[in-house]
Design a protein around this ligand. Structure first.
Ligand SMILES: Nc1nc2c(ncn2[C@@H]2O[C@H](COP(=O)(O)OP(=O)(O)OP(=O)(O)O)[C@@H](O)[C@H]2O)c(=O)[nH]1
Ligand SMILES: [Mg+2]
Length: 219
């Protein structure tokens, strides 16, 4: 009887856990974002921005929302560290790509890397959120400007691939990529000040729940 009740209690109080990876170029603000998420949702605050240095490897942190645990994996964005990102793709339930909306010089590099993420078959069906960070800065591009900048970059990439008759995948792949870009959610945040952080976490919470239902429905 004890074991039966214990099992029932465990079943009723069990929390579902989802993994979310946070990726993007070095300096985009991923760790600042993770620490702000911890401060916003947990009793123990995250690190203050002045205590954060470049990530060599990964940082983790989790938050609990009703019966759901979101486990975040903040992966270092330096060129050499990006090569390990793919190891996390197979097990993640959502991807957050952080772009530094203030650093216009590196937007092209950011899109090049983002494009590689977007076209990775392992995360094809995984919810993907593009965050335009540093919205507190007056120099930052807005959410709309960020979206257009990426669309323009992608169009230019397709055209130059055509010009050198190199091809950028089959028509089917291009159509799939276009669809993903069109349905891409872009949100503005300031990891430093916390603006937009709750909206981004709400998006993740809803999307991981929905995609779990999709998976169950498809199986
Ligand atoms: N103005 C402003 N600065 C920010 C914001 N978020 C991060 N920063 C600054 O950007 C710099 C890099 O932030 P990090 O969080 O270390 O960036 P990261 O993406 O984790 O970088 P790596 O660990 O090297 O991949 C720091 O100086 C932060 O204070 C923001 O929302 N606004
Ligand atoms: Mg970092």
């Amino acid at each position: 009887m004890y074991h039966l009740l214990k099992g029932l209690h465990e079943h009723l109080t069990r929390k579902e856990e989802f993994s979310v990876i946070i990726i993007g170029l070095d300096g985009a603000g991923k760790t600042t974002l993770l620490e702000k998420i911890k401060t916003t949702y947990n009793a123990i605050p995250g690190l203050s921005p002045d205590k954060i240095g470049p990530t060599v490897g990964q940082n983790t942190g989790s938050i609990t929302l009703s019966s759901t645990i979101l486990q975040f994996w903040d992966l270092g964005g330096q060129r050499g560290i990006r090569t390990i990102w793919h190891r996390y793709y197979g097990d993640c339930h959502a991807v957050v790509y952080v772009i530094d909306a203030e650093d216009r010089e590196r937007l092209g590099e950011g899109w090049e890397v983002f494009d590689g993420v977007l076209s990775n078959p392992q995360i094809l069906g995984v919810p993907l959120l593009l965050l335009a960070n540093k919205q507190d800065s007056p120099q930052s591009l807005s959410v709309d400007e960020i979206r257009h900048d990426y669309e323009d970059w992608y169009q230019r990439k397709l055209e130059s691939a055509r010009r050198i008759r190199y091809g950028d995948g089959s028509n089917n792949e291009i159509a799939m990529r276009r669809e993903r870009i069109a349905s891409l959610d872009v949100m503005g945040v300031s990891a430093l000040e916390g603006t937009g952080v709750r909206a981004a976490v709400d998006w993740l919470f809803i999307r991981v729940q929905n995609s779990r239902r999709d998976t169950k429905g498809n199986s």
